[in-house]
Design a protein around this ligand. Sequence first.
Ligand code: AMP
Ligand code: ZN
Length: 138
Amino acid sequence: MNDCIFCKIAVKEAPAEIIFETDRIISFLDINPINYGHTLIIPKEHYKEFHQIPDDVSQELIIVISKVSKAILESLKPHGYNIFTNNGRFAGQAIMHCHFHIVPRFMNDGFKFRPHPKSYKQNEMQLYGNLIREKIKN
Ligand code: AMP
Ligand code: ZN
C-alpha cells in the first residue's frame, strides 16, 4: 500500500466523514473546509491528475459530483456552489490523488476566485484557440 491518504480513505484504512460511495468512487468531507459542507469526490483508484483518469471512471465521477451537489444544495441551502479540481503542484494541488471539490458558497463568505488577471490582445484569442483545437482528439 502506498502512503497516499486518499487511497487509505478509499479502502477505509484512514478515517473520513463519508458522504457517498460506489465501487469506483468515494465522496467525503474536506477536513479543512472553505465553508462547512465542503466535499471531496475521488476515484478510489489512484490517479494523480484528472486527464489520467479513464473516461468510464471520469463519467461515473461526474455523475457522483452531480448527485452530491444536489444533496448539498437541498441540505445546506447555499446561495451558490463551486466545483473545481487542482491538477499539479503549480495549480495548487496538495494531495496528489485526483479529487474534485464541491464548495457551498454563501453571500459575503469572503472566498475569492476573481479578478482574473489577464486579457487577450488582438488576434491572440484565435491563436490560442488554434493551438488547443489542433490537439483535440476523438
Ligand atoms: P488540493 O489543494 O486540491 O490538493 O486540496 C486538498 C484538500 O484535501 C484540502 O482542501 C485539504 O483540506 C483536504 N484534505 C487533506 N487531508 C484530508 C483528509 N485526511 N481528509 C479530508 N480532507 C483532507
Ligand atoms: Zn491515492
